[in-house]
Design a binder for this molecule. Structure first.
Ligand code: GLY
Length: 408
């Protein structure tokens, strides 16, 4: 009698696991099918916007970033920190479909960003070049792309300030900050780890690790909420100011900043296996998911301390970055893996249900309801190219994890 019962249970469990696998594939397929038609539409919208703007060539516009208050598609030049996300999304389409037409499209939007490889005026090199050429190289082994990414990494490390052991983020607001570093900068370290592996030049590794350590020391509060901007004295390494630029207040936790932190430290752990980076990522996950102001659907308000919660805009971009990071974190912190995966799945399910753009509308973006900079009243409750990019990345990670049990 005992054995039939065991057999029945096993059959039932394998039925449940098949069902689960099926629903994983359903959401990934459904969202990628939508992305295929929406990104094709986006490319026609780009052509239209370029044709309508008589100064487009002079402005050297290359990529969509958002929809402006006038309802028009906002295109940016390669120097804009967002220029790499649209080509990156096209590379993810190619990765998912293996269809040459997406490779061609991705190449078309990636090529014009090459000039950024020598632009040492910003820390945003990873966002621009790694998301575009970096993905392109990973998927095609194109030697030319590899050289472009490597040169970009050499340009990025010219911003390293050895006494403070950080990479300088911005050059603007020189009257306010001597050497500002933003939590976002953690994301650009991935380019340096890649460059170390390709070139074997340990300078890249050491700079990335130093930056990540200095950021642990100065960017986090006791509860693992983050400051957005830390201003450094480049001679003494002393912290001069703790500020915000896109958050609600100097002492508040800006939602996307916290998302950059969980993603950045998870990636740093992947590349170094230093336990303090894993610990940091776990603490940030804990901050986000035990926060009393995190809504039930796990799509955060634009700042965890925004004053009018629940009457504040959500930031879908923070949710997509976090979901992508959580899938990776689940592969390192096995004790909490199921919890991380569940949170990431819930984010993707809720985004797919309630935050999607309309097919053939919304200028070809995938997701609505992100926030660029609330304090400047800029890009509030709009689609953003990086929300879409990390959404596709999270979907791909969900699929790969479901199929192989690992990511890297
Ligand atoms: N890296 C700029 C932002 O997150 O808005």
């Amino acid at each position: 009698m005992k054995y039939p019962l065991i057999i029945c249970s096993l059959v039932f469990l394998s039925f449940l696991s098949c069902k689960n696998q099926q629903s994983n594939e359903d959401i990934v397929k459904k969202d990628f099918d939508f992305a295929a038609s929406q990104l094709a539409f986006a490319m026609t919208e780009v052509n239209k916007a370029l044709a309508e703007d008589s100064a487009a060539a002079r402005k050297m516009l290359v990529s969509p970033r958002t929809i402006g208050p006038d309802g028009k598609l906002k295109l940016v030049a390669s120097r804009d920190w967002c220029s790499g996300f649209f080509p990156g999304s096209l590379w993810y389409m190619y990765e998912y479909t293996k269809d040459k037409k997406w490779e061609d499209a991705a190449r078309k939007y990636t090529g014009p960003l090459e000039r950024e490889k020598t632009n040492g005026g910003t820390h945003d090199m990873g966002f621009k070049v790694y998301c575009s050429f970096g993905n392109g190289y990973r998927l095609t082994n194109d030697e030319n792309y590899k050289n472009i990414v490597l040169e970009s990494a050499y340009t990025l490390i010219t911003r390293y300030r050895p006494n403070a052991k950080i990479i300088r983020s911005w050059d603007h607001n020189k009257d306010k900050w001597q050497c500002p570093v933003i939590i976002d900068n953690m994301m650009n370290l991935e380019l340096l780890f890649w460059a170390f592996k390709e070139s074997k030049d340990s300078t890249f590794y050491n700079i990335a690790v130093n930056h990540a350590h200095t950021t642990i020391k100065n960017h986090f509060r006791e509860d693992y909420g983050t400051y957005h901007v830390i201003d450094y004295d480049t001679i003494t390494g002393e912290v001069l100011k703790r500020n915000t630029h896109q958050g609600f207040a100097d002492g508040s936790t800006w939602a996307r900043g916290e998302a950059w932190a969980i993603y950045g430290y998870t990636m740093c752990y992947r590349e170094t296996k230093l336990p303090e980076f894993l610990e940091q990522a776990k603490h940030v996950a804990n901050f986000i998911f035990t926060n009393a102001n995190l809504p039930e659907d796990l799509i955060p308000y634009w700042d965890y301390n925004a004053p009018q919660i629940p009457d504040e805009p959500r930031d879908v971009s923070a949710a997509t970055v976090t979901a992508s990071a959580l899938y990776e974190l689940s592969t390192y912190d096995t004790e909490n893996a199921a919890k991380y995966k569940k949170w990431a799945d819930t984010i993707l399910e809720n985004l797919s249900k309630n935050y999607m753009a309309k097919q053939g509308e919304d200028r070809g973006f995938l997701l609505l309801h992100s926030v660029g900079s609330k304090p400047s009243n800029s890009e509030v409750d709009v689609p953003l190219s990086y929300a879409d990019y990390y959404f596709l990345e999270a979907l791909l990670r969900k699929q790969t994890l479901g199929q192989t049990g690992k990511l890297f």
